[in-house]
Design a protein around this ligand. Sequence first.
Ligand SMILES: [Zn+2]
Length: 117
Amino acid sequence: MEFPRLVYADRAAASAGTRAALRTRDGISVELDQMVSTASRGCGQVYELFADRFSECVDNFLRDLESPYREIALELATQRGYYTPQDRMEALRERANDGSCSLTGIDPWCCPCGRHE
Ligand SMILES: [Zn+2]
């Protein structure tokens, strides 16, 4: 069967292309911009929601990268609003302390997250 093998070869070539792109600053930048647009979909105007989603994507992304691309990605992600897992834990603790929503950091009376009925 010729066809499945061709499909497989194409897919392997495409993913090799993606990996090669992630060995350049521009390629990493494009990848992060896509994460920004994915993360900002469906979180209204709530910056904290965006930052949490985006940061989770970035954590997964960083796990697959090696030095020095990892450091480049981290720098570019930080410029786009990335918070480290430690930063996020800290933010959660602060929100718990001041009684604001643990998800958005907004006062529960006007929080749009839908968990304060
Ligand atoms: Zn809320």
